[in-house]
Ligand binder design. Structure first.
Ligand code: TXA
Ligand code: MG
Length: 540
């Protein structure tokens, strides 16, 4: 499809309206973020929105109108709704009301309510008027990505999927509208935005704030708005939000910075991080500036191929609440207080016989706990035995009914399919155990832990780590070590190496790689690495 990028002048507005009238998609600017619009009354047109975004079908869309009076055509309104409309419209405010039948089910995702917004952007309203229909328009990003605040962002996500983008420049607010449901009593703030809680209380004195605005919901929790439970705004990099003073933030980030780390910080503190890529997002006391920059910066970290992001985050009740809410989602609720000690987790991986255990022993001298995943695999047998029997039959048991690890190995490693089944059972059990151990370390304010395992990458365990290291050595050397260590023949060692990943696989997924051929050199390099991250030998 040839995409048309047009100005927000008369011709551009007309091009968008023509596409929309023909049941096609057009990306339009608003004062909050760009919207991916379709005729809200045409369910065939709306299907394309869900397809293009990869949006879950259970997440309803906002219907945009150009004239306040139109609200009664699409929703059943009451006094509170009227007062809200008069006070906050046109503007960055969305209200949820019982819907009328003309709104197709696909728009409301089967709910009996509809979200309505009359945007302040004149371009947006002109497009709605000229197309002659209300517009269903979610933010114009691929589902899960940061919302678009420029036409370029929309183009980056949808180059070949939509007809037209109307370029209205950078969006004024940069964060999506405030969403309030009036379909329940008292009304509830579902998504904070540029209209602040204080402003809302002037019209809706009894308004509540939904738990999900500031807290991670338990899985399967009942939510007032489906959008609250979907993953959001996440950059590709592992992202952590950090609260606390500039000094504490600086110390926290400096210890945890790995190659390709970036810092999103307040303007005042950008100079603190001369070694790191910094993205200042506004002065500490200007959350409205942060709101206008944050999505663009999150997208920029992807473009710059950043692997790790730390965001200095500050809570406030004004527009800052909207920024805080988006950041909590961008980091998947990985938020820490820099003033409190949090265990530092090192993941060490690499092929058999490379010396992961040696690395762990050195780190133990620095106060790290050694978590050996082979040992954990034994510890989780009681939880996994039923699943293992189900997968591999009772042949894996010894005569007294306990697990025979040799028999299990024979059954599981006989082919790829069985190995995969074994991993599907064992990895989640081991990870759950590791998570509990990490939480205990933080609780006790311990330094941290080294998790050591050949399968950390496949098991998804790197996600739990602040720093990841591959330890490697040439294959011949490793073969000899494994024979000696486990007292096995060369042939047995060869069999064990069969099917193992090569060194490149490990180094591609980890922050550092250390070669372990000479012990003294390996020890020096390991210690240097620990010291770079601010750790020193534990005093006896
Ligand atoms: O600023 C904005 O609101 C932008 C611009 C384009 O207007 N639009 C936007 O749409 O942010 P979207 O789809 O990205 O977010 C709409 C949110 C979602 O979290 C959705 O779950 C919620 O509103 N929502 C829509 N209809 C709802 C309903 N009937 N009940 C509860 N929540 C609803
Ligand atoms: Mg969105």
């Amino acid at each position: 499809m040839n995409i048309l990028i047009v100005k927000n002048d008369k011709n551009g507005i007309q091009a968008a309206a023509i596409a929309l009238r023909a049941g096609k998609l057009a990306a339009i600017p608003t004062e909050t973020v760009y919207g991916l619009a379709a005729n809200a009354l045409d369910e065939h047109a709306v299907v394309h929105i869900f397809e293009a975004k990869g949006r879950p079908a259970d997440n309803p869309l906002i219907v945009h109108i150009a004239d306040i009076d139109d609200m009664q055509k699409y929703a059943k309104i009451n006094d509170a709704a009227l007062r809200c409309a008069q006070t906050f419209w046109p503007g960055p405010f969305t209200m949820i009301l019982p819907k009328r039948d003309c709104i197709p089910d696909i728009v409301s995702a089967g709910l009996d309510t509809v979200a309505l917004r009359c945007p302040a952007s004149k371009t947006a309203r002109d497009i709605i008027r000229l197309s002659g229909c209300p517009l269903a328009a979610p933010s114009a990003n691929i589902s899960g990505k940061p919302s678009p605040t420029t036409a370029q962002h929309v183009y980056d996500d949808f180059a070949d999927k939509i007809e037209v983008i109307v370029n209205g420049g950078a969006c004024a607010f940069g964060i999506e509208s405030t969403v309030v449901t009036l379909a329940v009593s008292p009304p509830v703030l579902l998504r904070p935005g540029a209209i602040t809680p204080e402003q809302l209380r002037t019209v809706l004195p009894d308004i509540q704030i939904a738990d999900a605005v500031l807290h991670e919901l338990p899985e399967n929790a009942k939510v007032l708005s489906p959008g609250l439970k979907h993953k959001h705004y996440a950059p590709k990099a592992k992202t952590t939000c950090v609260t606390g003073t500039t000094a504490a933030f600086t110390e926290y980030v400096t210890a945890r910075a790995v190659p390709d780390t970036a810092v999103i910080c307040f303007d005042e503190e950008a100079a603190q991080f001369s070694q790191l890529k910094t993205y200042p997002y506004g002065s500490e006391d200007h959350p409205e500036v942060m709101a206008s920059k944050i999505f663009a910066l999150l997208r920029q970290t992807d473009k710059d191929q950043i692997k790790r992001v730390f965001i200095h985050t500050k809570f406030s009740e004004d527009i800052g609440l909207a920024v805080y809410n988006r950041l909590l989602r961008a980091c998947a609720f990985d938020i820490v207080d820099a003033e409190k000690k949090r265990a530092f987790i090192i993941g060490v991986t690499g092929p058999s016989g490379s010396g992961k255990g040696t690395f762990s022993k050195i780190a133990e001298e620095y106060g790290f706990l050694h978590i050996d995943t082979d040992q954990l695999a034994r510890q989780v047998v009681p939880q996994t035995i039923d699943a293992l029997r189900c997968a591999f039959g009772d042949d894996i048991l010894s005569e007294d009914g306990s697990l025979d690890r040799n028999k299990l190995a024979q059954a599981a490693f006989s082919n790829e399919h069985n190995t995969k089944r074994l991993n599907e059972i064992m990895h989640p059990a081991i990870i759950a155990r590791v998570k509990t151990m990490i939480a205990e370390l933080t609780e006790k304010e311990q330094i941290g832990a080294v998790i050591d395992g050949a399968a950390l990458i496949e098991a998804g365990a790197l996600e739990l780590c602040d720093m990841t290291v591959t330890v490697w050595a040439p294959r011949e050397e490793r073969l000899k070590r494994v024979q000696k260590r486990d007292n096995i023949t060369e042939q047995q060692a060869q069999i064990r190496f069969h099917g193992q990943k090569d060194t490149a696989f490990y180094t591609e997924h980890t922050h550092y790689a250390l070669c372990n051929t000479s012990y003294s050199q390996f020890k020096t390099e390991t210690e240097a690495l620990l010291q770079t991250h601010g750790f020193y030998i534990k005093e006896k």
